[in-house]
Design a protein around this ligand. Structure first.
Ligand code: ZN
Length: 443
């Protein structure tokens, strides 16, 4: 193994190897697991496990929590070399040719200043604000300072989407993409793009760490993610969280001033977020189970198409899709004008492309379409918005699919729900909050 592969990482080594001989300097040997009286604590993922569950034959223990990164056991050690920042910086660092609006520029400068000071900061930018481009300036300056950086996201699809954009924007920088679904070998690079899970392989590696779509996971701000972040970044390193929908734990850190915050309340085209309209439909579930749709929903869909607009129609569950498709046909929507799509749908990509190309008037879908996909000029409808499958951040993201085009910045968003619901209220409140800030800027 090349020495560079130990830089800022914890590499697993088996007992025969570490017992045979001392590793050459500057490689350090680190413990993998702390064995307590009743529990073991994993040094990689920080989780504790009762000894009974973690036991291996011969009195050894392993960590079942992070096993999908390769098994860590008391038989192993980590080899580690403190991050030396051994990079050659090639100009021009920033090869992105785009332009930022004055508001985006302001936010980009705040981000860059925070990164320079190695601050912990939050960029709260509405959906469709162009937040990726707003971190370019900060990244470029950090790369020029010779820093090692990572952009991580809880979701693989976000990483896959980011990687080519960052490659184009920083064409002269060494870069690596890491996630669980790929077998490409690891290599030392100045900029790492990875899933937050992969951060567990690093140790005090990054001078600045950026977490994109930090809310994208259920219980996103959970202990495991915080641990992964905390140990991957250098002790005096900075951390930038990017999100359109900060969860309770980030908001608490903002209130307690542990986290600096920058807002970007307007979309890239300078307009506000479309506000959510709510329609109470107490028996939506029963209607749906009978494979029918609420009459006022059907009327709304017809009106939308008559006005020449296309839309996304969200429903809570994959199992709801066939019944709804049937109900739509029964009331006269032609099957060739729409389709259903869900996460495990083998034709998912083709269908999304079909919607992009205008072959469909609308898609009936689930939370899989809540983020990452942009169709310009659409409206957004949700049936059963009070179903627990829709978290408040999912609802904000879903609402944010509307009004993304400069040509039609004011799409409509309507939620049908059975009864008032805290998550729906919270989503509507977050949108209003950002719009208040946005209006103040428009004046
Ligand atoms: Zn572990």
């Amino acid at each position: 193994m090349k020495l560079t592969e130990y830089y800022g990482r914890r590499v697993l080594v088996d007992r025969p190897d570490w017992q045979a001989k001392q590793p050459p300097a500057p490689i350090q040997t680190l413990e993998t697991i702390t064995v307590g009286d009743r529990k073991i604590e994993c040094r990689r993922c920080g989780q504790k496990t009762p000894k009974k569950i973690a036991a291996l034959p011969n009195g050894e223990f392993y960590c079942p929590r992070c096993i999908n990164l390769g098994r860590v056991a008391t038989l192993n050690k980590f080899y580690h070399v403190p991050e030396p920042n051994q990079f050659v910086v090639k100009e021009p660092v920033l090869t992105w040719q785009g332009q930022l609006s004055p508001l985006q520029q302001e936010a980009a400068e705040e981000v860059a200043t925070g990164m320079k000071k190695h601050q912990h900061q939050l960029l709260w930018a509405v959906t469709g604000a162009g937040k990726t481009e707003m971190m370019f300036r900060g990244i470029a300056a950090a790369l020029r300072r010779g820093e090692r950086l990572a952009v991580a996201s809880p979701r693989v699809d976000v990483c896959l989407e980011l990687y080519p954009r960052l490659q184009a924007a920083f064409a002269n920088t060494t870069m690596v993409l890491l996630h669980g679904r790929q077998e490409l070998p690891y290599r030392y690079a100045q900029l790492t793009i990875c899933t937050t899970h992969q951060l567990l392989r690093f140790y005090h590696a990054f001078d600045n760490l950026i977490i994109d779509e930090v809310d994208a996971f259920p219980y996103a701000a959970n202990a495991a993610l915080l641990y992964a972040t905390g140990q991957a970044v250098k002790e005096k390193g900075g951390c930038l969280y990017l999100t359109a929908t900060p969860g309770p734990s980030l908001l608490r850190q903002v209130r307690q001033k542990e986290l600096a915050v920058s807002y970007l309340p307007l979309r890239y085209h300078g307009h506000l977020l479309p506000e959510v309209r709510l329609r109470l439909t107490p028996r939506w579930r029963r209607t749906l189970d009978q494979k029918r749709l609420p009459a006022n929903l059907v009327a709304e869909l017809r009106r939308t198409l008559a006005a020449g607009h296309r839309f996304l129609f969200f429903v809570p569950h994959v199992r709801d899709l066939p019944g709804i498709a049937g109900a739509l046909e029964t009331v006269g929507f032609e099957r060739r004008t729409f389709t259903t799509v869900h996460a495990a749908d083998p034709e998912r990509l083709a269908k999304v492309q079909g919607m992009r190309d205008g072959r469909y008037d609308f898609l009936v879908t689930t939370t899989i379409m809540e983020r990452g996909v942009t169709f310009p000029e659409i409206d957004v409808f949700v049936l059963g918005a009070d179903d627990p499958v829709f978290s408040s951040s999912a609802l904000v993201q879903i609402a944010g699919r509307a009004g993304r085009a400069r040509s039609r910045p004011d799409g409509r968003v309507i939620f049908w729900l059975g009864c008032p619901c805290r998550r729906v209220r919270e989503a509507a409140r977050q949108i209003r909050f950002m719009n208040q800030k946005g209006r103040a800027l428009q004046r």
